[in-house]
Design a protein. Sequence first.
Length: 279
Amino acid sequence: MRKSKISFFTYYGSEPRDTNLWWCLTTDRYKDRVEAIRTMSDADMRSKKKKQLPGFTPSGCFSERKAKGLINHSGYICLDVDGKDNPKITNWQQFIHDVGRKYPFIAYAGLSVSGKGCFLIVPIKHTERHTQHFDALVAELAPDVIVDRSGRDVSRYRFMSYNENPYINADADTYGKFIEPKKAERKDYAGTDRGIQLLYDAVMASGTNITERYSDWLALACSLRDVPNGRQMFHDISTFDSRYNSDQCDEQFDAILNGKGYSIATFFWIAKQNGITVR
C-alpha cells in the first residue's frame, strides 16, 4: 500500500492528481473535520459536510473518474460496509479488528466518515478481473457482513476519513478467487418486431458490451420498456458487462416502467455507437 499509486481529488469533481494509497489511509490531515462530522445529529448536514472533503480512488490512477479513465490499477480493491445494511453491527471500531483478524486477505479496515460504517482494503491477484474479484469477496464475506455492491466499479470514490486505531495487516494474503459472469445465449423471442430481433441477434453475436456507461444502460432499459420480451432482452445484453447483477437489472427495469422520453430508436443508436448495425 505504501507504494501503490492512486488518484486524489481536492474536491468531488476536481481534476485528479497522483498520490499513494497509504497516505490517504493513514493521514490525520482531516481529523478535525471528520470528527466534527461524526458529532453532527442532522443527517443532511453530515452529508453536506462529508461532500466537502477531498477524496480518492483506492483502486488506481485515473485520467477521469470513470472506469474507462483507468490508467494504472493499484492492485487493491475497496469494499464499503454501510451501517444501514448491517444493523446488527453496533461497535464499528471493534468490528474492523474482528473482521480483519478473521479474514487474512484484509490489508486495512477503517471507519467511514460518519463512523457508522467502515471500508476494507484487499490486495487482488488479477487486476484485470477487478469486478470478478469483487463478486467473490462479497460472497465470501456474506456470513459476517453485507457489502455495498455499488463499490463494484473500479473507479469507486471514497471521501477522506480518519481512524485513530485502524486495522492494518502488512502481510495480508493476495486475494485470488474470482467469479466469472455467466453470459446469456441469444434467444428467439416470439412476438418481437423482426428489426428489433435482428439487432438483438447482432449484439448477442458480437459479444460487445454496449452498456459500459450507466447512461447507456439506463437508456437501453427505457428503449426496451414497451417491447415484448424487452426485460429479458435487457438482461441478456447486460450480461456482457462484468458488473451484471440480475436483481439490479430488474430494479432498473422496474424503475423506468412508467417513464417516457425514449423510443426503440435509442437501442439502434446505442448499438451503432458500438459499431453494430443491421440492414
